[in-house]
Each structure stands twice: as structure tokens, then as C-alpha cells.
Design a protein around this ligand. Structure first.
Ligand code: ADP
Ligand code: MG
Length: 408
């Protein structure tokens, strides 16, 4: 296989043509680079997948994103062979899944993967614990054991208190959680999630994304996640694959997709994204460069970088105690004061390295630097409102420049 050792799911040059003669002229045309629309016009066949290659590494959340009809569901369904490919190979854990059939395929699916769909059908008359344990029941696992596994899965999604309820007593978001619990109950190494959160309200959806990331932090599954929402993709994906007309347009980390869009198509998508949701504090923060508490205002001013709005004073444990603001220095100088303590402020904001920029916008709006601290409270970075603005501007310029290049 061409891909790295840690790849668990590997698609190589996969084609899927829908129609009565999938390996006929439609396939030849698609292979020679004729567009999906043109293939359809000429042959009446639909190009579902057009030379798709990507690999999903062990333990990552790999998101496939694209508009409706771009081939996302078709791609994910080749992985558990819910659909047959026209050409190309699909390997899962080194097994060519497209060569499996019958009970071999069934047990391979059961052993390796769990699936969650957008419209997840629960059995209406079975209670939640039985719904979650259903897959285990099919496998012939005794009741006590599957109840235990089901309860564990339910507690992962925060629904252990509802194990004896029936689905109609749960909200849509809770039912979707049950779906996730059902997939988790058999403890598969791979989760296939096709628009699993797409039917949920935005707020519930965000909660689900957060929960899934928490669960992932604990269980380290390999997750292939499908969505049509770029914000969702960039928020939860370790890597994102963008599809259009059955083909892969770009695979990259969220940062790469945002800052180095491979085509005008991706750039256009990216324009609608709130960059702040993706970029993390540590990408923008600068080294702390703290000011000694016993410095004079003159010393402190000399130590402040010209492009910073301020710097922090730290205590003996490295924790920030005060912030010195550049504009206060200027004012003190004009008033002839040189006592640092008289102009220090203690009402500064804090954040952590992994926080997203959008969570610090309000704090940045105060015009003071924000203290980036580690878990022990020590200062590890200086997040300056000016640098946040620069970063945002940089990304926007990049997209503008790119658009000019592509469209003009
Ligand atoms: N069973 C099918 N028969 C014919 N065309 C199909 C079938 N399933 C999917 N397609 C077509 O394949 C393309 C990709 O579909 P799909 O993978 O469902 O897209 P997505 O999940 O990205 O919305 C679409 O043009 C769709 O109409
Ligand atoms: Mg789909």
C-alpha cells in the first residue's frame, strides 16, 4: 500500500459509477477526465466517485466535507461495502473489504466498525438499554454482558439515567446520542459517522461535537466523519477532505484548508467560515516577555516591544499578577511618574493555549493583552489584540489574493 503505516482506512483510486453499465463508456470517460455532468449527459450514468484516494490514520478524526451530491456517503459506504466500487481498492486494517462477502463481511463489519447515520432509527418499543445493546444481541452476547456494555456506552454519552426509557421519551438530540452509544457499545476501533449531527439544532449540534471530541479524547477511536458543513468539519476534524463532483479537491489540516486553499472552490467555501473557530490561541500568541515587578516605568517601557499593547508582571511561581499597558506608560511619562506599581492593572483576562480565537474576541475588545496560562496558572504566552487582528487580516488577504488569481 502506498500510504503510511498508521493508516487504518485506505481508499486508492476508487471509482463508483451508478447506472446499468458501470464499467462501460461512463467509466472510460470519467477516467479520462471528463466531468461528472458531461458523463451524465453523454451516457446517463452518474459518477458517484471519481478517482478518490485518501487514508485515515489510526486515532484521528478524518472529516469528509462537500455539498450534497458530492459523493460523501458513497465514499463512506465503500468502507463497509454497503456499496460495491467500480474500480480501485479500499483497505481497512490491511483487508481489502471489497473482496469480502456474506458472513465474512458481516463479521468484519461487526468486529471493526460502528456506524451512525443522520436519521438514526431506534426501535420504538424497546427501551434505551436494549436499543444500545441490540448489535451485541445479534452477535449472541449474553444479556448481562451486553447490558453492562450498553450502560458503559450510555454513560459515555451522558444518558445512563435514561436506560429504561423508550425512544419517544427522549429529544432528537438525545436519540442521536443513543445512536452514538449504540455504535460505541461493541467497542469498535472505527466509527463511521454519516451526517450524524446534521439534523440537530445548531446549539445541540455544538454540544454533540464537544461531547464527541471528549469521548474521542478518552477512547481514541479512528473516526471517519461526513458532513456538508465546513464549520463542523474544521471544528472537529484532525484532517479534512473536501469533495466536489465525486472527486477529492483537497486533504489537509483545518489550518491548511483555511490558509492554503488548494483551489478557488475551497477558497470560496473558506470565505464563509469564521476563522476564529479554527485558529487556536497558541498559533497567534507571542512569547510572554514579562516585566520585573521592581522595574521603573522607564525600564518597563524600554522592554516593551513596539508592536505590543502591553506585557505582564509575574510572581515567583510564574503566574501573571498584573498587566502593564503601553498606553499607560505613555501617559505616566507625560505626567512625570516613574513608579511602576502606580500604573499596573490587575483586571486582565486569561486564556489557554488550546482555546479558539473566537472565545477571546470579547476579551481582546478591551484592548489589553490577554495572559495565556498553562494548567498550573503560569504565564506561557502573551495574546495581543493587535496580533489577533493581524492574523485575521492575513487570512482574509490570502483568500482575496487567491480569488484574484483564480477568477481574474
Ligand atoms: N443508488 C444510486 N443510484 C444512482 N445515483 C446515485 C445513487 N447513490 C448516489 N447517487 C449519486 O451519486 C452522487 C453522490 O451521492 P452521495 O454520495 O449520496 O452524495 P453526498 O452524500 O455527498 O450527498 C450523487 O450525484 C447521487 O445522485
Ligand atoms: Mg450523504
Amino acid at each position: 500500500m502506498a500510504d503510511t503505516d498508521s493508516a487504518i482506512i485506505v481508499l486508492e483510486n476508487v471509482y463508483k459509477i451508478f447506472g446499468p453499465q458501470p464499467k462501460g463508456r461512463a467509466y472510460d470517460l470519467a477516467r479520462s477526465g471528463v466531468s461528472k455532468d458531461e458523463v451524465q449527459a453523454q451516457t446517463g450514468h452518474v459518477v458517484g466517485l471519481d478517482d478518490v484516494s485518501f487514508s485515515v490514520k489510526e486515532g484521528e478524526i478524518f472529516v469528509v466535507m462537500g455539498l450534497s451530491g458530492s459523493g460523501k456517503s458513497t465514499a463512506i459506504r465503500t468502507v463497509n461495502k454497503l456499496i460495491d466500487t467500480t474500480a480501485g481498492t479500499v483497505h481497512v486494517n490491511g483487508t481489502n473489504v471489497q473482496e469480502l462477502s456474506g458472513t465474512g463481511l458481516q463479521s468484519f463489519r461487526r468486529e471493526h466498525m460502528g456506524m451512525v447515520f443522520q436519521h438514526f432509527a431506534l426501535f420504538p418499543h424497546r427501551n434505551i438499554i436494549d436499543n444500545v445493546g441490540y448489535g451485541l444481541k445479534v452477535q449472541g452476547i449474553p444479556k448481562a454482558e451486553r447490558d453492562q456494555a450498553a450502560m458503559k456506552a450510555l454513560s459515555l454519552v451522558g444518558l445512563n439515567a435514561y436506560s429504561r426509557n423508550v425512544p419517544s421519551e427522549l429529544s432528537g438530540g438525545m436519540q442521536q446520542r443513543v445512536g452514538l452509544a449504540r455504535a460505541l457499545a461493541s467497542d469498535p476501533e472505527i466509527l463511521l459517522m454519516d451526517e450524524a449531527f446534521s439534523a440537530l439544532d445548531p446549539l445541540i449540534r455544538r454540544q454533540m461535537q464537544d461531547e464527541m471530541m471528549d469521548i474521542q479524547g478518552e477512547l481514541h477511536k479512528t473516526i471517519l466523519f461526513i458532513t456538508h458543513d465546513l464549520n463542523e468539519a474544521l471544528r472537529i476534524g484532525d484532517r479534512v477532505c473536501i469533495m466536489k463532483d465525486g472527486a477529492v479537491v483537497q486533504v489537509g489540516t483545518p489550518e491548511e484548508i483555511l490558509t492554503q486553499p488548494a483551489t478557488g472552490y475551497v477558497a470560496e467555501f473558506v470565505q464563509d467560515v469564521d476563522q476564529g473557530r479554527v485558529i487556536q490561541v497558541h498559533e497567534v500568541m507571542r512569547p510572554p516577555a514579562p516585566i520585573p515587578a521592581d522595574a521603573t516605568i522607564e525600564d518597563a517601557t524600554a522592554r516593551l516591544d513596539w508592536d505590543r499593547t502591553g506585557a505582564f508582571v509575574i510572581d515567583s511561581s510564574g503566574a501573571p499578577t498584573h498587566v502593564l499597558c503601553a498606553r499607560d506608560c505613555a501617559r505616566a511619562a507625560s505626567q512625570g511618574t516613574n513608579e511602576l506599581a502606580s500604573i499596573l492593572r490587575s483586571d486582565f483576562e486569561k486564556c489557554q493555549r488550546d482555546d479558539r480565537l473566537n472565545t477571546v474576541y470579547a476579551a481582546a475588545g478591551r484592548g489589553l493583552p490577554i495572559a495565556v496560562c498553562d494548567d498550573s496558572g503560569a504565564l506561557v504566552g502573551n495574546l495581543d489584540p493587535q496580533h489577533i487582528m493581524e492574523e485575521m487580516g492575513r487570512v482574509e488577504n490570502l483568500i482575496d489574493g487567491f480569488e484574484r488569481e483564480v477568477y481574474l
